[in-house]
Design a protein around this ligand. Structure first.
Ligand code: MEV
Length: 426
């Protein structure tokens, strides 16, 4: 019997670990070679980014075009495994260039750290005690990160909440920290850990958790756009998109997919720029449920002149310093392509991409359906897999679409037939 218990696995070199896994899983030479290819990431960097590294996995890096945001043009890097997303974003952005493009404004980069205090009999009294120490708490927090403070950031405010839980009252201190150009988890977590013993001392309670919240509701991006009916197939399309939006606003089942469409764009940019995309997902979905019922993050409405306007408000905790942004060379190149100067600007771009992506999905759903576009790409993929090259790819794909037979066996037949007829003397 094979055992997954491998003592000191973490102490082995990348190569030694890979050898162990190759043997364990019976990988062949080709599989081993593929896995050990780190592409554009240095093995030394990979080995310190996470633990137990044995290789790499490359995703495509693409560019969405046409984005005009706050009057500035952007080429938007996207990394994603799903076809159609990049094309959809580019197409949406093309009809969003009028009137100066998409407007997107991010708030200051305020993240919240939580300190959980338990074993308190008189939580409201304790709450007041903590609030009375506000200046000291902010001072202790700020001593942890003089550089951030020098840049104008740092702990700025405090909030204290009493929670009634199934294991009794808890007093939760929220530390509001302006993290400037960082995502902020490190800075905030360090601060909450430093403050915690003092809170215990002043209150006699006991602190357990000291950690950032991903419900970053003080670090929001607000995005809006106007799309002209004449650019998207007329008022009927506008009505369809408005109805789709109303559906998502009213129904959590639909809202989940509606918001997934928004995150298709946001996460693709997050991956390209080395962001903590799990934090972004957590922030988005918790914000969508902040009023007690999960709903859509965006709204689409019809104006009195028959056009379409879209708005979106959501947390956007992104950074341009620290974390993977700092160590992954491709993330740095992505930021260079974006020509971004601050985390706030990156948040604004990502909000715009999310809203554009959402529009593209709703437009397709409200008209021809999502499958046609997907099928086009799927057909091209099959053609390539079947050996088509150059012009033949589109030829094979379009025949399969016309026939309504988008299958690998048909792609192979067509490649053979068409290659033969091409090679025939005139
Ligand atoms: C697919 O990745 C995303 C969509 O399902 C989004 C939506 O339904 O709005 C098309």
């Amino acid at each position: 019997m094979k055992s997954s218990r491998i003592p000191k696995f973490y102490k082995l070199s990348v190569k030694e670990r890979l050898d162990k896994v190759v043997e364990y899983a019976g990988l062949d030479e080709n599989e081993k070679r593929l896995l050990s290819n780190l592409g554009n990431l240095d093995i030394k960097i990979a080995d310190v980014m996470i633990e137990n590294v044995i290789g790499g996995m490359t995703y495509p890096f693409a560019i969405a075009t046409n984005f005009l945001i706050n009057g500035k043009d952007y080429l938007v890097p996207m990394v994603i495994e799903e076809s159609s997303v990049v094309a959809a974003a580019s197409n949406a952005a093309r009809v969003m260039r009028r009137d100066g493009g998409i407007k997107s404004i991010a708030t200051d980069s305020i993240m919240i750290g939580q300190i959980q205090l338990v074993d308190v009999d008189n939580p409201y009294y304790v709450k007041q005690v903590i609030l009375e120490h506000k200046n000291e708490i902010l001072k202790i927090a700020n001593e942890q990160d003089p550089i951030l403070v020098k840049l104008g950031g740092g702990a700025k405010d405090l909030e204290v909440r009493v929670l009634d839980t199934r294991v009794g009252h808890m007093v939760i201190t929220h530390l509001h920290v302006d993290v400037k150009d960082a995502m902020g988890a490190n800075a905030v977590n360090t601060m909450t850990e430093a403050v915690a013993p003092y809170i215990e001392e002043w209150t006699g309670g006991r602190v357990y958790l000291r950690i950032i919240t991903n419900l970053a509701d003080k670090r929001l991006v607000r995005t809006r756009v106007k799309v002209y009916a004449e650019d998207i197939g007329g008022e009927e399309v506008v009505d369809g998109i408005v109805a789709a939006s109303a559906f998502a606003e009213a129904d959590p089942y639909r809202a989940a997919t509606h918001n997934k469409g928004i995150m298709n764009g946001i996460i693709a940019v997050a991956l390209a720029t080395g962001q903590d995309h799990r934090a972004l997902e957590a922030g988005a979905h918790s914000y969508a449920a902040k009023d007690g019922k999960y709903t859509s993050l965006s709204r689409w409405e019809k104006t009195d002149d028959g056009n379409l306007v879209g708005t979106m408000e959501m947390p956007m905790a992104v950074g341009i310093i620290g974390g993977a942004v700092k160590v992954h060379p491709i993330a740095r190149i992505a930021l260079k392509i974006l020509s971004i100067n601050s985390a706030k600007e990156l948040a604004e771009v990502m909000g715009a991409v999310g809203l554009a992506q959402n529009f593209a999905a709703l437009r397709a759903l409200a008209t021809e359906g999502i499958q046609r576009g997907h099928m086009k790409l799927h057909a091209r993929n099959l053609a390539v897999m079947a050996g088509a090259k150059g012009e033949l790819i589109d030829k094979v794909a379009s025949i399969m679409i016309k026939e309504g037979r988008i299958r690998f066996d048909r792609a192979k037949e067509l490649v053979e037939e068409l290659s033969k007829s091409r090679n025939m003397p005139e």
